[in-house]
Structures are given as structure tokens and as C-alpha cells.
Design a protein around this ligand. Sequence first.
Ligand code: NAG
Ligand code: NAG
Length: 631
Amino acid sequence: MKLLEGHVHALTSLLAFLTAANGFYLPGAAPHNFGPGEPVNVYVNTLTPILAGKDDAKVKSLINYDYYNEKLHFCQPDGGPTSSPEGLGSVLFGDRIFNSPFDIKMLEGNGTCRSLCIVPDIPGEDSKFINELIREDYALNWLVDGLPAAEMKEDLKSGDIFYDMGFNLGDDETETPYLNNHYEIVMKYHEPSPGVYRVVGVLVWPSSRGGSQESTTPNCEGAAGKLALSETSNTTVHYTYRVTWEESDTPWATRWDNYLHIFDPRIHWFSLVNSLVIAFFLCVMVAMILYRTVSRDISRYNAIDLSEDVHEDWGWKLVHGEVFRSPQNPLLLAILVGNGTQLCAMVSVTLVFALLGFLSPSNRGSIATVMMVCWTLFGGIGGYYSSRVYSSLGGQNRRRAAFLTATALPTTIFAIMFLLNFFLLTAGSSGAVPFGTMLLVVVLWYGISAPLSAIGSYIGGKQGGVSHPVRVNQIPRQIPPGPKYLRPWAAALLGGILPFGAAFVELFFVMSSLFASRAYYAFGFLALTALIVSLTVATVSILFTYFMLCAEEYRWHWRAFLVGGGSAFWVLGYGLFYWATRLSLESFTSILLYLGYLLLLVLLVFMVTGTIGFLASYWAVRRLYSAIRVD
Ligand SMILES: *[C@@H]1O[C@H](CO)[C@@H](O)[C@H](O)[C@H]1NC(C)=O
Ligand SMILES: *[C@@H]1O[C@H](CO)[C@@H](O)[C@H](O)[C@H]1NC(C)=O
């Protein structure tokens, strides 16, 4: 127990060190105590598309825009906006946080109508742009003391009240889009001890206020209808706001609970438990069948060998002289497996961190940061496994393998990111990753991860390949035509169904968090699902490998990888289905962005599950052939 605590402590310090050393900040890590009259700063983040309140709502775009994008003409603080420091993960996931001109002080100005600024002459062209964003359900994202400003909503199914992060830029219920130029801000505060105040909730009701915009006295009553921006002439907009301070019994420690609302938890649970049970029983059944058949086979083979010189082999024993023959293209396989193990290690450690509660949504972007740091540090694991697998497969060109293992995947990901970035830049989006961050990622990948991978390759190369229990024949056997379902692609699709079936509920939530700005925090479910998926992948690929060897098809290496990675093809199909049913992307850039991210996701899933399938099959084949006697 002491030891465990020590480890946890060490990990915590490591994380704290990594975050501090890179200037990452963890807002919400310690409560901020406000005195009366102390400024409460409002920070503004990018504008993101959200799901409109309707039942059949779809996300219409995937592009983020900077709050201070010049076409949006929002009120700026004196001296221009300054950007606030953010973590690497937060930047990669699209946060761009700036200060704002709101003048809010703890418990002051309760219920007073105030003017933010008057923006004169918004040209028709920019109005057109803003109206387009209103039609696409864009939302403003503010942060106050680390908390996102939210709209209070009711979950139509359960009737629960929850805080939905972000609030609408405008109102497009009718044909004309109206711009929201008035914000009713409700600050919920908690008073843990007299004179000490903490912010525990931020709600905003935006609304559109028409009438004269030039008058300098703010008008928060909205008697004069709504404000529509003209697309043919200049429009002046007067932004107003009103802050109400409301005491709340929510303590600071649980202030996130209102935000973390699970939609329809019953369906979530039902389908999750359902698929877990199915996957679990399938695994157990498969394992039992395999175990019984194989031990019967082994005793039969060994009995015959002992009894007579009647040498009659059948089934998988026939190919004992072939199973360890080098597959085609061992280099590519080794690279995939090496990078796959690196990814597996990254995913596992990230999930452990998430389970320990370090990656709550209050630490913006912490997941992406931890993933990046883990990926970098686990370069050595990738190099080590790649070079050992390469030697085991009979590869000769070790240097080339080491070099490609260290660089191939980062370069592929980089190429995709670069392409997406290019299109984002032409669309004027802030989602484009800034140059400095790109540089940091280059340094992490090529400056730290690649050398570590080379060191891993060197150590792996010293240890050499694993020994094989049976020798390889000089002349390859002929392969009889096998059943159709063992053909590589059929086997991959068949083998992928099971793991995909166990995971697709969680996949839906993960996709919604990536593409429909829903916060995801069900890490317990996710970790459990990941565990079940890896078990299923391992069993299924062992089963297929066994069938293949029984059919005297000995080219199992690539097929084991394909069967393991088969679920990626289902993920791809599901991604396209998700696009058709949940998104209605209008611009070319959004579509490209979606397909790009989907491709990355599919690639990573393919490598992780393929690696699990390959390594499990390798282990099983070695076990299988070391159990029989070969003369
Ligand atoms: C519209 O606004 C632009 C600046 O934004 C200004 O140059 C132009 O004169 C304005 N046009 C009219 C008709 O007021
Ligand atoms: C602010 O005003 C609202 C009503 O308008 C009231 O309920 C609330 O208690 C007031 N808050 C403070 C701190 O006076």
C-alpha cells in the first residue's frame, strides 16, 4: 500500500513537473477566494458550433473562430486583447483564450444594466459572415475563474436541469438571424466563510435587443424587438450586459457537477453492460473451445508420434515447418507493431491518469497534453518492440527499420495535420494550430521521441528476435484453397465485429465529444471498454489464426494483424454513418476536417488493435508449436 502511494505520489509530482515546466496551467486546481469588490475576469475562448436545442439537431460545422476575429467586431478591452497562457493540449484542441472588456467585481453592481461598448458601422459583408455563423448555431465560450459560461437547460427525457456549456451567438428560429447583443449574466457564488467568496457557476442568457443602437444609455429591457444585421448596409451594434449575484449552496469542490450532465444515463448503462456481457461471454467461450480442441489435438499428435512410425500429420501440425517463415514485407509489419505498442502504452497510461481523476474537464486540454507527453516518452518502447519483432520475422535491414519506426508515423500524422491546417487557414479559422505549437510538437516528436525510439531499437537489436520452437523447412509447402471466410479482408471484417460491438456505445460518446462539443468524462466506462476490447481482439485473432493454420494456410502474420485491426474498418463505417445521421456539414473545409480526423482515428485504432491481435497470435502460435513433438 505504501509502495502504491509512493508511486501515485511520484506520478503526481511528475505530472506537476511536466505541466509546470512547460508553462501549462491547471485552472481550477485550487480554489480562488474572492474578496468583495475584487475583479472577476471574464475570458473569451473561440466560437464553436454546437447542437441547437431541437431534438433532431445536427452539428453544421467543425470550424472554430477566434473571438476577436476582425469580421466578428466584438468589443475589445482597452489596449487590445491579450492572449492568456494555455497548455499544449488545450491549444491543439482549439482553445484560444483572451481577456475581455467586461468590468465585473465580486458582489458589486447587482442587477445594474450596463453598456459594454458600441460597435459602429459593421459593414454588410461582415454582417453576412456573422449571420452565416448564427445560422450554423455557433456559440460563444467564456471562462470565468476556470468555469465555462453556460446556458441552463432541461434534459427533455429526464427533466433534469443542467448547465450546457457555451451560449448562442444569435437566434435563428425564424427566417431572419438575430444577433444577441445583450447578456444576462448570473454569477453563482458560495461563501465558505464570512467575507470569502468563490465562483461556483456562471450562467448567461443572451438575447437580441433592437431599437436605437446609438444611444449611450444602455437599455436592457428589450421593448423594441430584435436586432438583425443588414447584409447590404452598415449596422451599428450596442452590446449591453447585466450581472446578478446569486448565493448558492454548491461548494467549490462540486461546482463542476452541474456541467457534467449525462444524457440519458439509462441507455448508456444498458447498452454498455449489454455489450460488456456479450463480449465477455464470447471471450470465455472462444477461449474454452480453443483450449479444449487444442489440448485434444496435442495429445492426439503426441500419441501418434509415440506409438508408430505411421507418420500421419493433419491440421495445424502439417504446417509446423512453415509457421515461422518470414512474412512478406516484415519491415512494414515491424514498424506497425512497434508504433502500435507505443500507442497502446500511451492509451493505457492516459486511461490510468484519467481514472485517478487528473484529467477532469476543469483542466482544459489535459488529456491531449498527457497523451502527447506519453507518446513522446514511450518512443523507446516503440523502438524496442519494432526491432525485436523485425529480428524475429527474419528482417535484415535493422537500421532502416529503426529509422522508419521513429519517423514514419509522426510524419504521416504531421502530413495530415498540415493539410488540414492549410485548409483551416484559408477558411480564416482559429482552429489552425499556431506555428509555435507546431514547432513544440516537432521538437517533442523528432527531438525526443525519435532518439528514444532509436535507443529502444538499439537495445531491442542487442537482444535479437525471439526463439522459435520449430525449424522452418527449406522449400515452402503448397497452400490448398481455404474457406472463403479466411481470406484476409473477409477475416478482417468478421473479426472486427466483436470488438466493435463491445465498444460502439462508448465510441458514440467519444465521437460526440470530438465533433459535437459534448464534454466527455466517463473514463471509468472508457477504461472498462478498452480492457474488454483488447481481450476480445486478442481472443478473436488467436481463434482466426488457429482456423487458418488448421486450413494449412501458414501466412498468418499479416492476417493476424488484419483480423486484430478489423474493428478499425467498422469504426470507419460508423464514422460515415455518424456523419450522415448526426452532422450536416455544409462547408467543404468542415467535411475535409471531419474526414481527416476520422482517418487519423481509424489509423490509430487500426494500429492499436492490430498490434494486440498480432502479438497475441504470435504468443499463441509459439505456445502451440512448442507443445508438440517434431522429429
Ligand atoms: C460603412 O462603414 C465603413 C467603415 O466600416 C465606412 O468607411 C463607410 O463610410 C460606412 N458607410 C456608410 C454609408 O456609412
Ligand atoms: C441580487 O439581486 C437579486 C434579485 O434581483 C437577489 O435575488 C440577490 O440576492 C441579489 N444579490 C445580492 C448579493 O445582493
